[in-house]
Design a protein around this ligand. Structure first.
Ligand code: SAH
Length: 250
């Protein structure tokens, strides 16, 4: 860290430098708050966290558990394996984290949810932040979903053991888009999904590696040609790997 003052950072008794916009606020409800910030405390996201460009609070659902054992789950009505997070416990945790008029979307990590897209990530970043609920066990009591206006979000068609890694994934995708986080590193707009295509291939030094040369066009200095080549490559890769991303021509 240099001596330079960053937005959001201040010492006791000093007037804080006000960030250009209110920090993007994430609240995570989890049975494992020690998993946060985890990887989001490192690298550019971690720097941005200490600079106050975004904030993160991890709240333990178990603080709202019942009885001596702070129970948070119970067996499913109707039978079947596993345990289910109780609606009353989860609702109490949500109410403590977010008053009814909190404008932030409430996301429930769930393999049944709508799969996360880059478009949705942009929309989330444009808002004030997120409240994320991490399921565990078999999931959560269905009634709390509508009862507390939770939107189910999936990070892909596979089953995790809990919502924490999904929440970290969503945070990572969002935080890198907060203005000022990526700084000069950003190439948003060019990246996969940003223009509806997978990205073109990259090359750097050495120019010849294990007898493989960098494509000649990239050494040509002809920016128009380079741009056309990259666009062709992006199209070919998308057609081969993810034809579902291309407009249907039927
Ligand atoms: N029985 C559930 C899976 C529970 S997995 C089912 O078949 O649908 C336990 C928790 O992990 C879930 O409540 C959810 O919070 C999280 N989780 C698992 N897979 C996920 C995914 N693909 N995306 C987002 N969250 C997921």
């Amino acid at each position: 860290m240099t001596g330079e003052r960053q937005a959001g950072e201040h010492r006791a008794g000093e007037t804080p430098v006000r960030p250009a916009r209110a920090p993007w606020r994430a609240s995570v409800l989890t049975l494992y708050p020690e998993m946060f910030p985890g990887p989001m405390g490192a690298s550019l996201a971690g720097d941005a966290l200490s600079r106050g460009l975004w904030s993160l609070e991890a709240r333990n659902i178990r603080d709202h558990g019942l009885g001596r054992h702070k129970a948070v789950d119970d067996t499913p009505f109707g039978g079947g394996p596993g345990m289910v997070l109780r609606a009353d416990v989860l609702a109490a945790a949500i109410d403590a984290a977010a008053p009814a008029d909190d404008p932030r979307p409430r996301l429930l990590m769930s393999p049944r949810g709508r799969p996360l897209t880059q478009k949705r990530v942009h929309a989330l970043v444009e808002g004030p932040g997120v409240i994320m609920v991490c399921g565990r066990f078999e999931g959560v009591d269905e009634r709390v979903i509508a009862g507390r206006g939770l939107e189910e979000v999936s990070i892909g068609d596979y089953i995790l053991s809990g919502g924490e890694m999904a929440a970290l994934t969503i945070l990572d995708a969002c935080v890198r888009l907060i203005p000022g986080v990526m700084g000069a590193f950003t190439s948003a707009g060019e990246e996969s999904f940003e223009n509806g295509l997978l990205e073109y291939p990259h090359y750097t030094r050495p120019r010849i590696w294990e007898e493989h040369e960098v494509p000649e066009v990239l050494m040509s200095g002809d920016h128009g040609r380079i741009e056309r080549w990259r666009r062709q490559q992006a199209l070919a890769i998308t057609r081969a790997r993810r034809p579902d991303l291309l407009p249907q021509d039927d």
